[in-house]
Ligand binder design. Sequence first.
Ligand code: PMP
Length: 472
Amino acid sequence: MATHTDRATARTVSPTAPPSSSSLFEEYRRLTGKSAQLAERARKVFPSGITHDSRFLEPYPLYVEHAAGSHKWDVDGREYVDYTGGHGALLLGHNHPRIVAAIEEQLRRGTHYGSGHELEIRWGELVQQLLPSAERVRFTSSGTEATLLALRLARAATGKQKIVRFAGHFHGWHDHVAFGLGPDNRPLSSPGVLPELAEQMIIAPPNDAAALERIFAENPDVAAVILEPTGGSWGQTPIVPEFLRELRELTARRGVLLIFDEVISGFRVAPGGAQQHFGIRPDLTTLAKILAGGLPGGAVAGREDVLEALAFPSAAGPRRDKVPHHGTYNANPLSAAAGIATLELVATTDACQQANDYAARLRARLQQVVDEAGAPWIVYGTFSGFHVFTNPEGQTVTAADIASGRCDWRSIKAPAKPGLTSKLRVGMILHGVEIFSWPGGPTSAVHSDEDFERTVAAFRGTLRRLQDEGEF
Ligand code: PMP
């Protein structure tokens, strides 16, 4: 039977298997009839009826009709507090008026000039202003493209081949990174990826400086280390700050480039991303999501001498090959307009702090609800994110154990009880809250106290239902 791996939970799921039975699913079917109809239509167009692996949900995903602020409405007219947050892109919520105005104004002027334009310069300058490590910037159309380009640049700049990345860290879906996400850590587990290419990637255990030293000693051919600086899958498997510092030191000593993948953490953890928060300067940074204000866009930013490999050689200069990079929608005016409005707001407001504070309060309150219900679950995370670990192996573990790296990343990624993640998400939907597939979600600067209370009540109600169904 065909299977795929849900990248966020790294669980092998079976999209064609009949969904598990649950009174939650029955009620979901009753209340979201129009979504069910659309899902039926979608299955005749898209594999599993979906357009992104993380949107897979039993028995079918929710279809949304419109959104505003921290809320969205489905095609059946039901309203939800939203914690999918545009996959992390919407720090300022849906349709922020300043961003909408900037997009509308640009729409009238044109969506693609196929030429340079002033907005792209302003956009790049804002990246430089917010990230001191961004000596030069190159825009792409997505985070996946950004990590692909960063790896190419690292190889070009160092003349070396291999790349080290960390188990459980997500960097998009291109061939260098689309495998080795789950607890089995099989390096070649993704069908369709060239083994010769995958062999150039070394998957290291997170938070283990000694292992990294061994890898460097055994492989003189390492061009770069790439990681999510707040941990795999937006902190689901945390990186401890001390390891980040060791990593910076080790890579600098070996002449290996350090790439911070700040596609999620950039402009979110702090206006200057995780690198500002931790005070560590990477050689290259990959960006997307908040960068483009909810429209498609990404970037590689970093050392001038490394990005210089993209520059055309001057006629008078030495002969050399440049690193090729195209992309029809790079720095397109619409994304630039939305990105500028967003980054200006990030730079001049306390949006990052607000989202961080809300998430910290939410994590603490949801853990209380878990404890009151007597579930062995842990609600944890850092900055503006929360994760719900359903603790399938019944470990005695706390959020602090997870944050400190004492809890092995493999056990955090261990498959949940079959169907439990979908039941949790569906339960929350029935109570008017949509969470992301981790399960958990990013918070925004516009989640309100009312949203908070509604989320807590939804979680309590969902836990009760799951307890009734014998899920814990
Ligand atoms: N890196 C990280 C850390 C991400 O979270 C993501 C997307 N979730 C990507 C890369 C890929 O970005 P995109 O989906 O824009 O290709």
